[in-house]
Write a protein that binds this ligand. Structure first.
Ligand SMILES: O=C[C@H](O)[C@H](O)COP(=O)(O)O
Length: 151
C-alpha cells in the first residue's frame, strides 16, 4: 500500500506523527509527504488536499491521510477530485466503514478536534481494512462513480 500524507499548518504536527507511524508500519510500502513541512508554511488546506487527491487519482498512491484544523476542509477538497472519496473519521467505526462501505481512499483528521493517540490508533486500524468489490456496498458506491462519469 502506498500512502500520501498532507496537511496545512494547523495539522502539520499531527500529520508528521501519522507519517512517521505509517513509515514504521511494515504493511505500508511507501509514504509520500506532500507537506507542509512545518507550521511556518501557511499554504491553504485546499492546495495540499487537492494535490494529494490528484496523486491518488493519477494512480501514484493508493490512499491518503490528510490533516487540517477540523479535517473538514481537507475532506471537501479531496472529494472535488473525480474518482476520490474522502471523509473525516474521528472514531474507529467510521474509519472502518469508510473503507468497507464507501471505498474511501482518503481519511482526514482535525488536529484541533482529535488527540494524536486516538488518531494514530485509528490510522493503524484503517491500514488493515480492505473494500470488497464483490460486496453489496460496491453497487452503492458505483452510483457515485456513475454520477461522476456522467457529469
Ligand atoms: O477546514 C479547514 C481547516 O480546519 C483549516 O485548518 C483551518 O481553516 P480556517 O483557518 O479557515 O478556520
Amino acid at each position: 500500500m502506498r500512502i500520501v500524507v498532507a496537511a496545512d499548518n494547523a495539522g502539520v504536527e499531527l500529520k508528521n506523527q501519522l507519517r512517521d507511524l505509517l513509515r514504521a508500519d511494515e504493511r505500508v510500502a511507501e509514504v509520500t509527504d506532500l507537506g507542509v513541512p512545518d507550521a511556518a508554511d501557511d499554504r491553504a488546506y485546499p492546495l495540499l488536499g487537492l494535490a494529494a487527491a490528484e496523486a491518488i487519482a493519477r494512480g501514484e498512491a493508493d490512499r491518503g491521510v490528510l490533516v487540517c484544523g477540523t479535517g473538514i476542509g481537507m475532506a471537501i477538497s479531496a472529494n472535488k477530485v473525480p474518482g476520490v472519496r474522502a471523509t473525516v473519521a474521528h472514531d474507529s467505526y467510521s474509519a472502518e466503514r469508510s473503507i468497507k462501505s464507501n471505498d474511501c481512499q482518503v481519511i482526514t483528521f482535525g488536529a484541533r478536534a482529535i488527540g494524536p493517540e486516538v488518531a494514530k490508533k485509528i490510522v493503524a486500524e484503517w491500514v488493515g481494512y480492505r473494500f470488497d468489490p464483490a460486496s453489496a456496498s460496491a453497487t452503492k458506491v458505483a452510483h457515485i462513480t456513475e454520477y461522476e462519469n456522467a457529469h
